[in-house]
Write a new protein. Sequence first.
Length: 210
Amino acid sequence: MSESKPGELTTGSTPISKELVVGVSGASGSIIAARLVSYLLEAGHRVHLVASKTGKLVAHDELEVPEGTRGVFPDMEHENLKEWGEKNFFAPFASGTAPIDGMVIVPCSMSTLASLAHGISDNLLKRAGEVMLKERRPLIIVPRESPLDRIHLRNMLTLSESGAVIIPPVLTFYQHPGDSVSEQVDFVVSRILDHLGISNELFHRWGSEA
Ligand SMILES: Cc1cc2nc3c(=O)[nH]c(=O)nc-3n(C[C@H](O)[C@H](O)[C@H](O)COP(=O)(O)O)c2cc1C
């Protein structure tokens, strides 16, 4: 029997591939999205990637991507990765009939958060999120802003009440990460994967053997 890879779902020895949407909006923290997407691809899952216009600009700035690059994560070509333009409402996952297993919006700007909380779907990323909510499928939102005002908090509550899971990219300390940003990123990615039902060992879990 073949060994399964980390993050791979199996039934018996047959891997089960999930089909997921990852949305990147114009908040800080695209490194988390990049790590999530590469983990999912490595584990054999299929990823539809959609960035908002500002999402792509902020990601390129933070990840130091050369000007004029088309894709949001240019070093990440993979047969199971497909990137969609933010205005391409013809993408299959703009409809609830597409068999999508879940969506993660990471990072989620306060603007995209507000739109989703109020049913405004003026780009593909927001439409995909709306579809997840109406179809009662997993929608994981990683909001990034600090401090949060009442409007932000109300919008998060509205989305939580509609079934979304809110995973703020908070710091972890109980695993003694020292000054490693990548360990902090892996902690957030791990929490996202947990809520997608994808097993992972990206950080040392509380109570587990050292
Ligand atoms: C470098 C940079 C960083 C930003 N960081 C954040 C952020 O962390 N959180 C946030 O809500 N907005 C942030 N913004 C503002 C959003 O990009 C802006 O509100 C935009 O309209 C969001 O559009 P979108 O939700 O369609 O991506 C940032 C903008 C820039 C240029």
